[in-house]
Design a protein around this ligand. Structure first.
Ligand code: COA
Length: 218
């Protein structure tokens, strides 16, 4: 994406405040995340179950109002206004990032997640690059439904759906203090690869991976 296109997109999504944030981020920013990976396993299909009264399905743009209504507090500092959230959700759909939701029969969305393009190949070993893969993003379950494996089952459902399109590898980058999310991933077979650090210094993107000792490149 060109710099001009990126600037226009920022203005469209986040307005002037977003441009100021983007300038600050470009001058100096640093994200430190736990990187996890899971290969698609056809045997997981048996774990793709759903509680009575719910369905899991791919979301469409028509689901945006319900997704925005369920959007968790934990993500809110990222979106400074309700309209920013709506524009950003619209942008996810404009970008064709597959979105999956768990919906109750009363139409309320209990959980959601996106599968976005994976952009950190440069931090991986050469043999690991270029796979048909994606990154799990913005995974959430509404607070009153947590701890019932809803998020775990939604991830497995999404992996099952995308495997039909040839996507076999899922990555997740998780803040080290997000224990429930780490647990959700690890209990369904995601393995920690290491700590992925990325950011920008005066506009230049960098990323590096510090592997956990037992996680040798495959
Ligand atoms: C992370 C999140 C999606 C998990 O949703 P969920 O439907 O509760 O997930 P699951 O029930 O599949 O798994 C949660 C696991 O974390 C465990 N857990 C929850 N809080 C925990 C804590 N403070 N410490 C340790 N484990 C914890 C649960 O016990 C459960 O594990 P178990 O099944 O072995 O008991 C949900 O907590 C959430 O929406 N959080 C806010 C948004 C967020 O942080 N998203 C992740 C972005 S990377």
């Amino acid at each position: 994406m060109g710099k001009l296109h990126s600037l226009i997109l920022t203005v469209r999504l986040q307005g002037f405040a977003g441009v100021l944030r983007a300038v600050r981020t470009n001058i100096r920013s640093c994200n430190i995340m736990v990187l996890l990976r899971k290969e698609y396993d056809p045997a997981d299909v048996q774990k793709v179950t759903v509680e009575e009264g719910f369905v899991m399905r791919r979301a469409t743009r028509e689901d945006i109002p319900a997704i925005a209504q369920s959007w968790p507090e934990e993500f809110k500092p990222k979106w400074h206004t309700e309209s920013e959230l709506w524009r950003t959700l619209n942008h996810h759909f404009d970008s064709d990032w597959p979105c999956f939701v768990t919906v109750h029969r009363d139409s309320r969305i209990y959980g959601a997640m996106w599968c976005r393009p994976w952009t950190y190949d440069s931090a991986l070993a050469p043999a690991e690059r270029g796979r048909s893969c994606y990154e799990i993003s913005s995974l959430f379950t509404i607070p009153e439904a947590r701890g019932k494996s809803m998020a775990a089952r939604l991830i497995l459902y999404a992996m099952e759906q995308l495997a039909h399109d040839g996507m076999k590898t899922a990555y997740s980058r998780i803040q080290p203090d997000r224990t429930p999310s780490l647990r959700t991933h690890e209990k369904i077979g995601f393995q920690r690869i290491g700590i992925l650090t990325d950011g920008r210094i005066f506009g230049r993107f960098y990323c590096s991976l510090k592997r956990e000792t037992q996680a040798a490149p495959v």
